[in-house]
Design a binder for this molecule. Sequence first.
Ligand SMILES: [Zn+2]
Length: 119
Amino acid sequence: MEDIKKNQVSPFNEACRNILFEHPDAIGVAYRVLDCGCALLCGTSAGGDPTGTLQHISGQPVKKRTASPICLKCKKDNGLGRVVWDGIYWPGSQSEWPEKDLRISIGRKIFGPGYMEPE
Ligand SMILES: [Zn+2]
């Protein structure tokens, strides 16, 4: 789970890139990782507003062109009660990211006042 950002070919990264590509007004992608390995993703604007629809991806490697695979657990409960980790994916290298203050204020708008960035 920890190396989700390092694995450049994961379904997670691919879904983030697709969201940013399809929604040019999105500057990052908010995500919630569930205990089953699935993740919920939604693009965010610079003002912390959602862009596009919430996407649900499986943490399992998938073959191209298959229907979006959602695990059985998520089919039953959508996973919202099983969030183990949330955060925001920023594209590019750290020097291209928005200022930390802006990142935190976007995160707090999406996830609430308790939002912190992992050090
Ligand atoms: Zn799941």
